[in-house]
Design a protein. Structure first.
Length: 561
């Protein structure tokens, strides 16, 4: 077949143009506004930033939260991964599912449950007072950084666990066996052989967790902790014309993330991790004694319970009529679920989220299908295909708050795309662009399983390329298309940063923005917000299960770096 096709070039230009306009341009616009002052290159905004005590404290707090969250998350993730990869025990299959439960709800929804548990008159204090451990309520989150870090760890440890588990699974066991024959055993073997060979997974987990916790907007907002970088950007977006510091702060985040990615990649690749025997060996599973197996199962069970507590609390709160100084609600009701369909704000938000997410999924499906096809099948020079593939994956490295700030500022004067008017179109585009990598990778995986000879045979019999794609290629990758669409839809439903930044008026609020706004009403807000949160949990849980079944893979494989 031809090595170059005009049709492939047209598709490449179309998809690349979309990515340049809705991904590259907003980021470049932010950089230009941050560095160009009155027509000249200037670092004035950055000098102002270093002299502003509030911004300095916000940057310090963000680093502190991210560092603590990353250290604790990677430690927990490594311990869990080591047990799950290296040992076989009766409840292992059960824990493979339970350990991924934190994925079913964004952490800022879990914050509602966490606050209810650890409030001065919450469930934890009630439990401890009944046991006689304490005599008066404790203000557990007097230092709110503690609560944010705890919630980040409970939400992000599955990412560390999955990436480290993948690295541990790829270690050639004959290397460890060789070390044992030389007398290297126990902790020394772990420190000199196992851990160094698992560093690629540790590096991936470290980068993802640090960046996620540094750029998380929703969780600090729910804890009313405003002196962190994402919240400062969020507030500056409201006065984007009067205060240009938001541009500089957004650039700081983007530069920081670039440095972290490059630094960790350089550190992880400074040594070689290649193993000659990896192609024909399998992981050696250890057996536990009964006592150790019970102990490990209990510890894993306790951790799963602790990680699920915020979710359990959200569910209980959504049904509670009264929950004050008791371990569980003293009275239950369905009123909050009825209210979400009768309350103007919440009912509109459900309709908006379904509308935004559905159209974003269709847009993402169209762009993702074309992108994956050109990257995998396009008759173009490999360089052009690599450029398109790189651009399509770039949203994974761009924080939602940075992209949302870029959309808010760069398209502010563009009809139909300005968030200050009707933000529907820009929200749909933002959702689709943010989740495009999921769609591209899912469809790309399907295309890799369809042999090109099937298409070549049809073309040789006189079929047009478009007809071949529609009648042969797409039917063979339908499972991947549906899986990608369901995954993108669920991720759009729980999108936080874009929703908070771009939906400026109540009539356009999606569910995540409504949850934040409603939760600030102390009378019934937390209960109503929890009911909305439970709906999101159900949507995400079902989508993960369906996607896993369609892809013929374990749920966790969808979230590895």
């Amino acid at each position: 077949m031809k090595r170059f096709s005009l049709g492939s070039l047209v598709l490449w230009l179309a998809t690349t143009t979309y990515l340049l306009v809705f991904l590259v341009y907003p980021i470049l616009y932010v950089f230009v506004r941050a560095f160009i002052v009155e027509g000249r290159f200037s670092l004035a905004y950055f000098y102002i930033m270093t002299g502003d005590p509030v911004l300095r404290e916000s940057i310090f707090n963000s680093f502190l939260i991210s560092t603590l969250s990353t250290i604790l998350t990677v430690l927990v993730g490594y311990a869990i991964a080591y047990v799950m990869v290296r040992f076989d025990f009766k409840l292992k299959r059960v824990f493979e599912v339970l350990l991924l439960l934190p994925f079913v709800v964004p952490p800022f929804v879990g914050a509602i449950g966490m606050i209810q548990l650890f409030a001065r008159f919450g469930a934890v204090n009630a439990f401890l007072m009944q046991l006689g451990v304490i005599s008066r309520p404790i203000d557990w989150f007097g230092n709110r950084i503690l609560g944010i870090v705890l919630l980040e760890v409970l939400h992000l440890y599955p990412i560390a666990y999955l990436n480290i588990a993948a690295a541990l699974s790829n270690i050639d066991p004959t290397l460890e066996e060789s070390a044992e024959t030389l007398g290297v055993k126990g902790l020394r073997k772990f420190a000199t052989v196992t851990f160094p060979l698992s560093l690629p997974g540790v590096a991936a987990a470290t980068a993802i967790v640090f960046i996620w916790s540094f750029t998380d907007l929703g969780t600090p907002l729910m804890f009313n902790f405003y002196k962190v970088v994402p919240v400062q950007i969020f507030h500056m977006a409201r006065e984007i014309y009067a205060n240009p510091m938001g541009y500089a702060l957004t650039v700081l985040v983007l530069l920081l993330i670039s440095v972290i990615f490059l630094g960790i990649k350089r550190y992880a690749t400074a040594r070689s991790y290649e193993m000659l025997g990896r192609g024909h060996v399998s992981v050696r599973l250890g057996r536990m004694g009964k006592t150790l197996e019970v102990l490990v199962s209990v510890l894993l069970g306790l951790w799963v319970f602790v990680a699920a507590l915020p979710h359990i609390s959200v569910i209980l709160l959504s049904f509670s009529e009264r929950w004050f100084m008791t371990i569980i609600p003293s009275r239950f009701t369905l009123e909050h679920y009825i209210s979400i369909f009768t309350n103007d704000l919440t009912s509109i938000s459900i309709r908006n989220s379904l509308f935004y997410s559905s159209l974003a999924t269709l847009l993402g499906l169209g762009v993702g299908l074309l992108t994956a096809y050109v990257a995998n099948r396009g008759k173009l020079p490999q360089t052009l295909r690599d450029i398109l593939d790189m651009l399509a994956m770039w949203p994974l490295a761009v924080p939602g708050i940075a992209l949302a700030f870029g959309y808010l500022s760069s398209f502010s004067d563009v009809p139909l795309l300005s968030a200050y008017g009707n933000p529907t179109l820009i929200i749909i585009i933002a959702y689709a662009t943010r989740r495009l990598p999921y769609m591209v990778r899912t469809i790309y995986a399907g295309l890799q399983q369809v042999h090109r000879s099937l298409e070549e045979a049809a073309v040789s019999l006189g079929s047009k390329p478009f007809k071949v794609v529609m009648q042969i290629t797409i039917p063979l990758i339908l499972a991947n298309i549906f899986a990608g669409a369901i995954l993108v839809f669920s991720e759009c439903m729980i999108e936080v940063s874009t929703s908070l930044m771009l939906a400026l008026r109540e009539e356009y609020f999606p569910m995540t923005k409504a949850i934040y706004e409603v939760s600030t009403n102390l009378a019934v807000g937390p209960e109503l917000a929890s009911a909305l949160g439970v709906i999101l949990m159900i949507v995400v849980s079902l989508s993960m299960i369906i996607t896993s079944k369609l892809m013929g893979a374990k749920m966790g494989e969808l979230f590895r770096a």
